[in-house]
Write a protein that binds this ligand. Structure first.
Ligand code: ADP
Length: 460
């Protein structure tokens, strides 16, 4: 066995999300003595395993959010990577911690298909769909790094129930993320429904978010700019102090609704392990009428007390629309916001991300004087962006071979991310309706989302 190599952690590309692979450069693969498809151990604060794939950079390893979580590392951390032998598993038991008790007998088969050929070890969590449903590996036989194969017996625990997979009959293996993957023949609608194959996971406004960079289609350059502004001040505030400059305090994102401004803010918060707080502009000025200033003050205080934190101010234009001489209340609210922004020393590890659809209607005072250090436009995606967003939103779907995502990207000119998400969900709903109907005649009918489903969704 070769010695381990220290590598810097980078995020995976979207097409790799959820696949449990690690991209390495050819040189690194040579040093480690591994080939594509081999298994490596990634040692961060914890240890996890992944399958090697080419296409990384020298000195770095690209892994997705799930693998980073299993290794307990963030982007930019250093991990030690070494080759590892992997055994075929006789049996594997996983639990679905955040899933209500599922009684469907196909569940174990479904889980097995998602795990097939993936190296896993006890303690790993493996994402099963883009809804955040995770399977935790409780036990394996043998108790080494193992790979689930056709012969493996997979047991799934939900609630108090144990469900067993069938052995040696996994015709339905499919890969995630590739444009036209084949359907998974026996996946039952109940399983998909209960695991939420088509719907998106809720994005609750809590202190922590679970959105990752891989959930964002396109916007690579914009994301890079934002990360530059946010990650260093939150993760290494000392660097700025040593340089004698104030770290950046805020970023203003502007662009049409549904382009991913909120999504980016949440993903950045998650990736730097910052707490996430939201001020909704319209809510502050209407719901808390009279108490608007107080509400703003409170939110800033809350973020400061829970730093490192990102404070997201959605539709900031509704708070800080150009001041009207008559509107006394509005003036006071804007003044309060300016006071809070100016009062931030940059030492508190709080970054404000403002978002607006109408950058021109924002009070100029807010755009002056270093209140927001940078303004970044989040525009309507082009064809390539739409293709990536389609990938993100169809990742957990059993797509039929006849679905051509390239062609869909071409045909959805003018769609923003939110539109593409709706389109994907509608297509999945169409598939479900069709399936429930066809299943009565033929119980073996596959549940797949077809080209016709997307056509129906486009026409809706
Ligand atoms: P905004 O804040 O710009 O109005 P959101 O970030 O709230 O838009 O987007 C709404 C939803 O649309 C997101 O939760 C996501 O499902 C989808 N979406 C928007 N942009 C993208 C994108 N670039 N990639 C993937 N999904 C997106």
């Amino acid at each position: 066995m070769t010695r381990g190599v220290d590598l810097a952690v980078q995020g995976a590309e979207k097409r790799d999300a959820g696949r449990g692979i690690a991209r390495l450069s050819n040189a690194t693969m040579q040093t480690l003595g591994v080939l594509s498809g081999d298994t490596i151990v990634i040692e961060g604060e914890r240890e996890t395993v992944a399958k090697v794939w080419p296409g990384g950079e020298d000195g770095a390893v690209k892994v997705d959010a799930g693998t980073r979580q299993n290794a307990s590392v963030k982007i930019g951390d250093t991990v030690t990577v070494r080759e590892e032998d992997v055994d075929d598993a006789d049996s594997v038991m996983v639990s679905l911690p955040n899933t209500p008790e599922v009684t469907n007998a196909d569940l174990a088969d479904y889980v097995k298909r998602r795990l097939l050929q993936r190296p896993i070890q006890i303690g790993d969590s493996v994402s099963l769909s883009d809804t955040g449903v995770e399977a935790r590996v409780e036990s394996t036989s043998p108790e080494t790094v193992v790979r689930v194969v056709d012969e493996t017996r997979v047991t799934v625990q939900t609630g108090s129930r144990k469900l067993k997979s069938s052995q040696g009959s996994s015709g339905g293996q499919r890969r995630r993320g590739s444009g036209s993957s084949s359907g998974s023949p026996s996946s039952s609608s109940d399983v998909e429904e209960q695991l939420g194959g088509a719907t998106s996971r809720p994005t609750a406004d809590g202190p922590k978010t679970d959105v990752t960079y891989e959930d964002i289609g396109g916007l690579d350059e914009e994301l890079e700019l934002i990360r530059e502004m946010v990650e260093l001040p939150l993760s290494e505030p000392d660097l700025f102090r040593r340089l004698g400059v104030d770290p950046p305090r805020g970023v203003l994102l502007h662009g049409p609704p549904g382009t991913g401004k909120t999504l980016i803010a949440k993903a950045v918060a998650n990736e730097v392990s910052a707490n996430f707080f939201t001020i909704s502009g319209p809510e502050v000025v209407s719901k808390y009428k009279g108490d608007s200033e107080e509400k703003i003050r409170e939110k800033f205080a809350e973020a400061r007390q829970n730093s490192p934190a990102i404070l997201f101010i959605d539709e900031i234009d509704s708070i800080a629309g150009e001041r009207d001489d008559d509107a006394d209340m509005e003036n006071r609210v804007v003044a309060q916001l300016l006071t809070e922004l100016d009062g931030m020393s940059g030492r508190e590890e709080v970054i404000v991300i403002g978002a607006t659809n109408r950058v021109d209607s924002i009070d100029p005072a807010l755009r002056r004087g270093g209140r927001f250090d940078r303004e970044i436009e989040i525009g309507v995606p082009n064809e390539e962006g739409r293709r990536e967003i389609l990938d993100v939103h169809t990742l957990g779907m059993p797509l039929d071979d006849d679905v051509d995502l390239d062609r869909l990207a071409e045909r959805t000119h003018g769609f923003v991310g939110a539109d593409i998400r709706t389109l994907s969900t509608e297509a999945a709903m169409s598939a479900l309706r069709r399936y429930r109907h066809e299943r009565d005649e033929d119980p073996d009918t596959p549940l797949t989302v077809t080209r016709a489903d997307f056509e129906a969704a486009m026409a809706a």
